[in-house]
Design a protein. Structure first.
Length: 674
């Protein structure tokens, strides 16, 4: 949602007012001439609930909506009673009377007429109210209203279609009607009825009204209203079938526009923003819609009733925005097609993202983009952004909290954009969309099954986008006191985690610590640190020994290390790998300095075979088998000198025997020769 115009606070201005004058005439027992005093404004004293003391007002107001005729008809019937008794003073009868009666009327009222029951027309004059949303109709009472002579007065008027962008909350056309509903009367003496065609979709916002249906009309009523000065509602009625449709495309997606009849300017403006703005938004955000979809954008004043410029309903892929041709509001609501509860948890996060990407899109389109106001943490309505929840219309602080929440969330994200750029924030959004952990590993799946919240956002802003200011901003404006304590634990855990990660020399730390760090379970993560310290050292030893043995560090070892959810299992695997690597390093060193007898003994003793078996076992992640093969290789190397010397001696003996045999044969041939 985006902020929009606010309703005025209507109190005494929306209660019937009368003007009282004083008339003194001779008492019946005397012959003194009458004397009329000049009028005096009244009432002089008003209670918090009764704004017309001395004037009894029983009023019934009826609002009738006629979309076919494009009018809202309003009828007020009021019974007025002068409750100020005549007084005898110094031989005169002092009478106070009312000569005018004033009631509020909707802005744009036409054909305003007043009459007295049983009499003729009364003069009525409409003057501006304290805001653009209502006026004041001053009815001249004829005859004047005296004590004991009640009068029934009727006031009627019509609201015709208002020009789009007229700045009023009252509007009616063939497809839509919205108007404030207020009442006049004494406490408990006011009632109101709203009548509309039954086929309309109707929403009543504000104080409760009962509803019935009769003769094809939906009838909403409130009777015996206890405090007319505070009672207030707004009615929104719509017939979307009567809207004017236009469809534009966004890649393989459709954007359906629905405008008020006759408001071609809104249709052209919104179609242009959809066609040019949606591609820019998608490119900047870096996340494409997963499948073809249809987005509907409807022109309506309904958000204004709640104090907003527009809103987005994700379940219906529906945007509803007012008629003000506000590019930032329109693009903000379009951005919510990405930024909603499926991408981020937390209202402020999605609103902040929608604001900054809407402003960026305006810049790209050559439009004048707005900027957030500076933040005052002590401003009325100030609260941690994580406490800024859904709107509570019953909360008297809602208006100030909404203003603070929208501006502050925008300011926080805008400040980060100034630091890391739109591209940096886009990387964070993409990570959230893919549900990636901020503590990833190259060899294992680093996604998790939860929608990103403010904690994941902070992690990615720091680790993915490289923001140095995010933590400070979150502490100051986002986190509650309890969450600030979590951030303290996070800072301590991350310091140790970073040291260990640096020592791991490019390898990610095991899943056993990355998972709780992702979940912000820092006590659990911290419990792993002592053992991880030893495991990281063992990992370094294995890598160093394998390098010395000229054996490539196997991918399986990194996968085992990074994916380990059980540190005890990892410890056993690393110890076996360490044993294997130490044995192989020793074998390699001894072979490098071996004399001929040892080299021959190693060859004959199976060192090469055991080395190959060890290397294969390491590559396959069979570290126990690798340790056993490496031990056999080392044992074979221990026997290599003896085996080599024995082999040479055997060869010498065999060669000596051959020579002796040859010589012996020759000698025998010589003896037997004739």
């Amino acid at each position: 949602m985006t902020r929009g115009p606010r309703l005025p606070h209507l109190t005494a201005a929306l209660v019937a007012l009368g003007v009282v004058s004083t008339l003194a005439v001779g008492a019946p027992a005397t012959a003194h001439p009458g004397h009329e005093h000049s009028p005096a404004q009244g009432p002089v004293v008003a209670s918090p609930e009764d704004y017309t003391p001395g004037l009894g007002v029983v009023a019934e107001t009826t609002y009738t909506v006629d979309l076919d005729d494009r009018t809202i008809n309003v009828d007020l019937v009021v019974r007025l009673t002068n409750q100020i008794r005549d007084r005898v003073r110094d031989g005169y009868v002092e009478q106070q009377y009312f000569h005018t009666f004033t009631v509020p009327v909707l802005a744009g009222a036409e054909q305003v007429r007043a009459s007295r029951d049983g009499g003729g027309a009364l003069r009525v004059q409409v003057r501006p109210g304290d805001s653009d949303f209502y006026g004041l109709a001053e009815i001249s009472l004829s005859p004047h209203l005296y004590h004991g002579r009640p009068q029934t007065v009727r006031l009627s008027y019509q609201i015709p279609p208002q020009p789009p962008r007229s700045g009023t909350l009252t509007q009616v056309n063939e497809a839509f009607a919205t108007f404030p509903v207020f009442v006049s009367g004494d406490p408990g003496q006011a009632s109101v009825t709203v009548r509309l065609p039954a086929h309309l979709e109707v929403d009543v916002v504000g104080d409760d009204m009962g509803s019935t249906t009769a003769d094809g009309m939906a009838v909403y009523t409130a009777t015996d209203i206890a405090d007319p000065a505070e009672w207030f509602a707004s009615v929104v009625a719509r017939d979307d079938d009567a809207l004017i449709d236009q469809t534009v495309t966004f890649g393989e997606h459709l954007v359906r526009l629905q405008a008020w009849p006759g408001d071609d300017e809104w249709l052209e403006f919104t179609a242009d923003l959809a066609e040019r703005g949606l591609p820019v938004l998608e490119d900047a955000i870096g996340v494409a819609w997963a499948e073809p979809r249809e987005l509907t954008i409807v022109e309506t004043s309904a958000p204004y009733v709640y104090g907003y410029g527009g809103w987005y309903e994700h379940s219906r892929s529906l945007i509803e925005i007012g008629d003000l041709l506000d590019a930032h509001v329109t693009l903000h609501e379009m951005a919510h097609a990405w930024f909603n509860a499926e991408l981020f948890q937390g209202r402020w996060v999605n609103e902040a993202m929608a604001e900054v990407f809407a402003a960026h899109t305006m810049d790209e389109l050559g439009l004048d983009a707005p900027a957030p106001d500076p933040v005052d943490p002590e401003a009325p309505g100030a609260l941690p952004l994580n406490s800024w929840a859904n709107v509570d219309l019953e909360n008297p602080e809602t208006e100030e909290q909404e203003a603070y929440g929208y501006n502050t969330s925008w300011w926080v994200m805008d400040t980060i954009v100034d630091e890391v750029g739109v591209a940096g924030v886009s990387q964070v959004v993409q990570a959230a969309a893919e549900r990636r952990s901020a503590y990833p590993a190259a060899t294992t799946d680093s996604t998790w099954d939860q929608v990103a919240d403010w904690r994941v956002l902070l992690d990615h802003l720091q680790d993915t986008a490289g923001s140095a200011r995010a933590e400070e901003l979150f502490r100051a404006l986002v986190a509650t006191d309890e969450q600030a304590a979590d951030m303290d634990a996070r800072a301590e855990a991350r310091a140790t985690y970073t040291e260990l990660a640096d020592a791991a020399d490019g390898w990610a730390l095991p899943e056993a610590v990355r998972a709780p760090m992702t979940r912000w379970e820092f006590d659990q993560a911290s419990e792993t640190f002592p053992e991880l310290t030893e495991l990281v050292r063992t990992r370094a030893s294995v890598v160093d020994q394998l390098t010395a043995a000229r054996i490539p560090v196997p991918d399986a070892l990194q996968e085992r290390f990074e994916g380990a959810g059980d540190l005890a299992d990892l410890r056993a695997g690393l110890r076996a790998a360490d044993d294997a690597s130490r044995s192989m390093a020793a074998v390699t060193a001894r072979r490098d300095g071996a004399d001929p007898f040892t080299a021959l003994g190693g060859l004959l003793g199976g060192v090469d075979l055991h080395t190959t078996t060890t290397t294969d076992a390491l590559a396959e992640g069979r570290f126990g088998s690798a340790a056993a093969s490496a031990a056999r290789a080392e044992a074979a190397m221990d026997r290599a000198t003896l085996v080599g010397a024995g082999a040479v001696a055997l060869v010498v003996v065999l060669l000596g025997g051959v020579v002796w045999f040859v010589l012996l044969r020759r000698r025998r041939r010589a003896v037997t020769a004739p």
